[in-house]
Structure formats: structure tokens, C-alpha cells
Design a binder for this molecule. Sequence first.
Ligand code: SF4
Length: 253
Amino acid sequence: METGNSKLPFYAFSSLPGFDCPGAGACLYGDNEFTPDNFGKGWCYSFKGWRYPAAFFRQLQNSLLLRSEAGRALIASQFHEIPAGRTLRLYVDGDFASLEILRFWMDLCHARPDIKIAGRDGVAGYGYSKSWKLFIELDRTGYKWPANYLLNVSSGSRYGDQEKREVLQLDCTRGEFVAVPVARKFIKARSYQDKDKPMSKEYRAAVLEKLKEMGHEKRFACPGNCGNCIARKEHACGSERMRGVTIAIGIHN
Ligand code: SF4
């Protein structure tokens, strides 16, 4: 487990992107064709981190450790060494690769309710995953989900509507987090980065319009800066008040 810098103290854990993403769809495979030839041809940016060999080997090591009892015990002991009240960014890269691994992490969340689990953006109390089937399977065993992990169901998964309906019903799920196409001018102006960026209002209106067209009843356009997202400095993605609301970001057409 790595630590962040002193200004933003957090711990981070990643494993190999792609290889540890059983739910990956269009993000990993070009043309949404899940064949070995198409592997790595989607839009996932995590592979860029492999420019740094140390990052690749750390992810590889974690992927291997997670696959054995002894390896998981080692990760658990490191997890328990995290000082009280800190934040762990769980899966900055990679995702829950198996039922056993998902249960392992959720059990650790239960064991340390003081540790706030965060997604890749570093915001505490929630995460993003495309491993929907694993969440459904674990839920079917009667598993009680930890309070320090709220799931945002990410788009780009390989699973279909049936699985999506099921994962959205789980107690641990806040709602969907999707990417929708918007005009290039918003991307160029970086309107998606914060409310004070040029055309932010128009950008968010365009995102909401797209969500409406897609049939989402409860909609919210991500303003881009998690610290400046909704009232009371709450983060929409981690807010109980936002359960059942589809949150979207704009990507260019
Ligand atoms: S909706 Fe809010 S909390 Fe979620 S990613 Fe966007 S800015 Fe961050």
C-alpha cells in the first residue's frame, strides 16, 4: 500500500488494470467485442501508468498477492497498520477480480470502520466498480455490506440490463455513474472541471439533457470538483441523499 503526499495524506491500492477487471467492457475492448485481439483497445487510461515500470510491478505484485491466502494475509496486515481515521483509495487502477477478493476487501472495511474507503478520485466513503456480477453474487450469500463503502455503478461494463437492474438494488449501491457525449467546445474549455470554468452551466445542462434523452428519471451532472459538488461540501457520489440518482460526466463525441 502506498501513501500519498503530505498535503493529501491517503493510502492507495491498485492491481493490474484489464487483467483484474472481470466486468470491463467498452473501456477495455475496442468495438465492445470481448475477444483477446481487442484486449486493451478501449478507452481505459490506466495502462498509461505502465510507462513507469515501478507502478506496473507494484500492480503485478498486488494482483499475485490477492490470489493466495498468504498474500491476502500480507495485504491485510499492511491494511491494519494504516493509522486511525485515514483514507484508502481502493483500486485507483484495477477492480475486484473475484468473489473471494471482493469479500476480502469488504471484510477489511468492516474490521476498520475508521478507515474511509475512497474511489480513484480520492474522495472518501465510496468507490466505483464494473465488477457488478461479483457484488450481486456476494449479496446473494446474505452478506451485510460495510457502511464505509458506497458503490457507484460505472458505465463501460460488459454486463447487460438484467445485471444492472440487480446491482442497482443492492444496499451498498448509491446509483449509476455514466459518461455521456457532449459537444467538443465543452471539452476544449474544460467546462467539466469545476463550476467556475467557462460554460460550466451550459455543459451541465447538456449533460442533463442527454440523461433525459436516455430515460434517466433522477439526474445529476457532475460539476467536476468533488469538494465543490453539492451543498454542505458533500460529494454527490458518496451521499445517501443521492441514492437512485444517475450522475453523469460528459465526454466528447
Ligand atoms: S458528482 Fe461530485 S462527487 Fe461525484 S465525481 Fe462529480 S464532483 Fe466528484
